[in-house]
Every structure is written in structure tokens, then in C-alpha cells.
Ligand binder design. Structure first.
Ligand code: ZN
Length: 231
């Protein structure tokens, strides 16, 4: 038993994931009876506070691209899944990104939830900010989301999937309960909520079909990771 979290970025006809592929992905998850877990369900399940059906999935989008509204939103409406968009708060309303009107409309739909992906999206491995700087950036993103959506953001996604112990300490200090990585795999009760695994959607519909087979079991995932290294 495990919960699957899928990571998307752009959904557009020129990108890695086209609207057609995205729709096929959701259709596939639906046909396999994946339960539509919210981000709080994922957190509750991992921390042992919530039971989920055998197969559960949460959809995530990083960065807050405008095509999440124009392309993904109509498709999400057709299927009964729940999604989180991790916002870079300094980019809200700029060209190519979601603005607050669209974020409000998506939030009000009950399909989308919004959490933090930092304020400035620093490349952690290059910038290596001090812990205080990290906390400041995280707190700014939290303040901006609170001010606009009247909610406390508790979940976080590491830019470029980069993290270390200091980053996790900064997250805790800023009041976050979880961290979503790009480490590949599924999630099980008792694991570290600051190391939530995701599978990064990047290919044709058949790509997800194969990944679902591999990641349908934590045991198979472990063997596969050992054989293939980090994929
Ligand atoms: Zn990002």
C-alpha cells in the first residue's frame, strides 16, 4: 500500500507533456481506480493519521505556469482527481505565470490547492543560501499566500528537487510540515514527510503506464532503483 504523487510542470502542445498526454494520464489513473487524494490526505497517510485506499494518487504542478489554467484545468475538471500547484510567489502575475484571479478561480473549484515553491526559486546547490536567508524566503512565500488566499501554506516543494538537512531545518523553522522532492518512488506510512517522493511525468502516455507498473509496489520500486540507479 502506498500513495503516488505525480509531478508536472507545463502542460502545452510544445512541451514534454501535451494536453492530450495529460488527459491520457488521468484517464489511465481513473481506469485503474486510483483514489483522488488531497495533499492533506498524502500527509495524513504518511504520518499514520489517515487511512487511504490501496491505490491513491495526488497530482502536483511545479512553478505555477499559466497553462496549468488554460490547458490542465479543463482536463482536471473531467476527472475526479485533486491537484496542488506549488507557486513561486515572486512570479505570480508575470508573463507565462498564473495571476491571482486565475489562482482564486482554481482554488474555488475545489480541484486545485496552492502551496509554496519558495518566493525566489533559488537553485540551492549553486546559491547555498544561509539558513536565515532560506527561512526568510520561505516566510515571504508563506505571507504572500496567506494574504491572498487567506490560508496557511503547510506543504512545500523543493526547487529542482534539491535539499539537504539544513534545508529541512529551515522548512521546519518556517512552519512547513512537508517537503516534496523529485526523488522517485511511492510513499508509505512512517516515512519522513520532508522527503515525499514523486514521479516526474515527462513522456508519452505509455511512460506513465510503465511507471505505474514499476511503482505499484514499494518492493518492486526498491529493486528497480537498485538495478537502474536513480532514474
Ligand atoms: Zn520549480
Amino acid at each position: 500500500m502506498s500513495v503516488l504523487v505525480i509531478c508536472y510542470h507545463n502542460i502545452n502542445k510544445n512541451g514534454k507533456v501535451t494536453p492530450e498526454t495529460f488527459e491520457e494520464n488521468l484517464k489511465l489513473l481513473k481506469s485503474k481506480n486510483y483514489f483522488p487524494a488531497t495533499i492533506d490526505d498524502v500527509y495524513g497517510y504518511i504520518t499514520g493519521k489517515k487511512h487511504l485506499p490501496d491505490k491513491a494518487v495526488h497530482i502536483t504542478f511545479d512553478d505555477g505556469h499559466i497553462d496549468n489554467y488554460t490547458e490542465a484545468f479543463p482536463i482536471m475538471r473531467k476527472f475526479d482527481f485533486k491537484a496542488t500547484i506549488f507557486l513561486i510567489t515572486s512570479r505570480i502575475g508575470i508573463l507565462g505565470c498564473l495571476d491571482w484571479n486565475k489562482i482564486h478561480e482554481m482554488n474555488d473549484s475545489g480541484i486545485f490547492n496552492f502551496e509554496s515553491h519558495t518566493h525566489s526559486h533559488p537553485r540551492y546547490s549553486l546559491v547555498r543560501p544561509a539558513k536565515e536567508k532560506l527561512i526568510e524566503d520561505l516566510t515571504v512565500s508563506k505571507d504572500i499566500i496567506r494574504e491572498n488566499l487567506k490560508k496557511e501554506t503547510r506543504h512545500f516543494c523543493y526547487p529542482y528537487g534539491e535539499y539537504d538537512n539544513l534545508y529541512i531545518e529551515a522548512l521546519k523553522a518556517a512552519g512547513f510540515l512537508s517537503g516534496f522532492t523529485l526523488d522517485i518512488g511511492v510513499n508509505t506510512p512512517g516515512q519522513d514527510p520532508y522527503l515525499i517522493k514523486r514521479i516526474d511525468a515527462r513522456g508519452p502516455a505509455s511512460w506513465l503506464r510503465n511507471r505505474l507498473k514499476i511503482y505499484s509496489s514499494p518492493v518492486i520500486t526498491k529493486i528497480y532503483r537498485k538495478v537502474r540507479g536513480k532514474i
